[in-house]
Design a protein around this ligand. Structure first.
Ligand SMILES: [Ca+2]
Ligand SMILES: [Ca+2]
Ligand SMILES: [Ca+2]
Length: 422
């Protein structure tokens, strides 16, 4: 064999050996990855029950109602009832915190608008749980329960989730319109008084109003930072000059509610004693069986009426005499089945009046600070805040809740929960 032929043979042997080494290395790499994958599968198989353990622990404390037999989720009391340490991670809650969502508070006894988190570890595996209980952004009357439990075993992470909703048995909010009067400016260029409805964003109601009344001491109804102390979410009220100020929603068929309804409003009268001053109404002097008006009458009492029959104005009048410069919470409830009107002032014993259902939307505009299309005078003199219309008869408890500043039927701007996946 010639030398150059030997050289070629050696090079071929060298390449063959390289290929063989590469194959061995490749197989080894594949094998190594397989071993890692099998290891991950094993770790994952451990991480799943670790996460599940956190979920089970949270659910265990959720059903431990506090007080015993209570209706709130026991989860909000976890930090009081779950030990902070132990040998079994499934039996204790380390770093337990209860955090309130913005604005509404977080009472462990009622357990809403809360986030609860805790964790535990045995050195090899650990889990951490975060659960939030709050109202739905889509429908504030619906409570959502969103729970995430993350389990970690040797660096492999798995998550268990638990989502619940009260939607199946939650009543509708029944809030038809809600004027918050939190506008920071009302002028010729910006005259909209917004209806928030029950939306989380604070916008999106169907019955925005337009501020009117360029004469008098106010160029138009003006925002005021004077608000009822119970309304911690209210930044402003709307001030009316008693001369020509009012807010006009137009003639809206959706604001004429047949059957039961309720009107809740805060008012502070600052003048016009001995004269009739309208708070809210949908009234038309033309024709009969006109709709309604809520006013402070010339005797300085709160009064509510609708015309029925023609030329007759059955009225429910408050015992309370209205003092100047004092905030009052006024609720009118029309309970259609019992033909009863109730007028609450500051959630006290209501004055009542019985009348028949017969009434009609007689083409009057719905207005704040005036009586519908009956606009010649009777303008409100003072401040109005937080006006809500419900298409049901509020219970005494709901009236009390509103008086205490509970945000009944509505939501705040940012303390609601998106549904999972949203
Ligand atoms: Ca004016
Ligand atoms: Ca307000
Ligand atoms: Ca009308």
């Amino acid at each position: 064999m010639q030398n150059n032929q030997k050289g070629i043979s050696l090079i071929m042997v060298f390449f063959i050996m390289l290929i063989m080494i590469a194959m061995v290395l490749g197989v080894s790499t594949i094998l190594y990855k397989e071993i890692l994958a099998i290891s991950d599968i094993g770790n994952s198989a451990y991480a799943v029950p670790v996460a599940e353990g956190g979920r089970e622990k949270a659910m265990y404390y959720d059903i431990k109602k506090v007080p015993l037999g209570g209706t709130g989720s026991g989860l909000c009391n976890t930090c009081n009832t779950c030990p902070i340490s132990g040998s079994d991670p499934n039996t204790y809650c380390n770093n337990c915190t209860l955090t309130e969502l913005v604005l509404d508070g977080c009472n462990p006894l009622t357990c809403s608008n809360c986030t609860i988190s805790f964790d535990s570890s045995d050195g090899v595996s650990s889990n951490s749980v975060s659960a939030t209980i709050g109202k739905s952004c889509q429908d504030p009357s619906v409570q959502l329960f969103n729970l995430y439990s993350t389990g970690v075993y040797r660096g492999v992470t798995r998550q268990e989730t638990e989502f619940r909703t009260s939607a199946s048995n939650a009543p509708p909010s029944n809030l038809i319109a809600y004027w918050k009067f939190n506008e920071d400016q009302i002028n010729d260029a910006f005259r909209t008084v917004e209806d928030s409805g029950s939306s989380c964003t604070g916008h999106g109601g169907s019955y925005n109003g337009t501020a009117n009344g360029q004469g008098g001491s106010n160029p138009l109804p003006q925002p005021s930072t004077d608000v009822p102390s119970a309304l911690t979410l209210s930044s402003r009220s709307l001030s009316f000059d008693g001369t020509d100020d009012y807010v006009d929603m137009g003639n809206q068929s959706g604001l004429f509610i047949s059957g039961s309804f309720s009107i809740s409003v805060w008012v502070k009268v600052t003048g016009g004693q001995g004269t009739t001053r309208s708070i809210f109404g949908d009234y038309n002097t033309a024709g009969c069986l006109s709709s309604y008006a809520l006013r402070v009458n010339s005797s300085n009492k709160f009064a509510f009426f609708w015309e029925n029959p023609c030329g007759t104005f059955p009225t429910v009048t408050s015992t309370t005499t209205v003092s100047l410069n004092t905030w009052y919470h006024v609720v009118l409830v029309w309970d259609s089945p019992s033909h009863t009107r109730k007028l609450y002032v500051n959630a006290g014993t209501p004055n009542t009046n019985a009348t028949s259902e017969a009434r009609a939307d007689n083409g009057g505009n719905t207005t704040i600070g005036a009586s519908g299309s009956y606009l010649n005078g009777q303008r409100f003199y003072g401040k109005i805040d937080d006006l809500r219309i419900f298409d049901k008869a509020l219970s005494t408890q709901e009236v009390t809740d509103l008086y205490n500043g509970v945000n009944l039927g509505a939501s705040d701007s940012c303390d609601c929960l998106p549904a999972p996946g949203d």
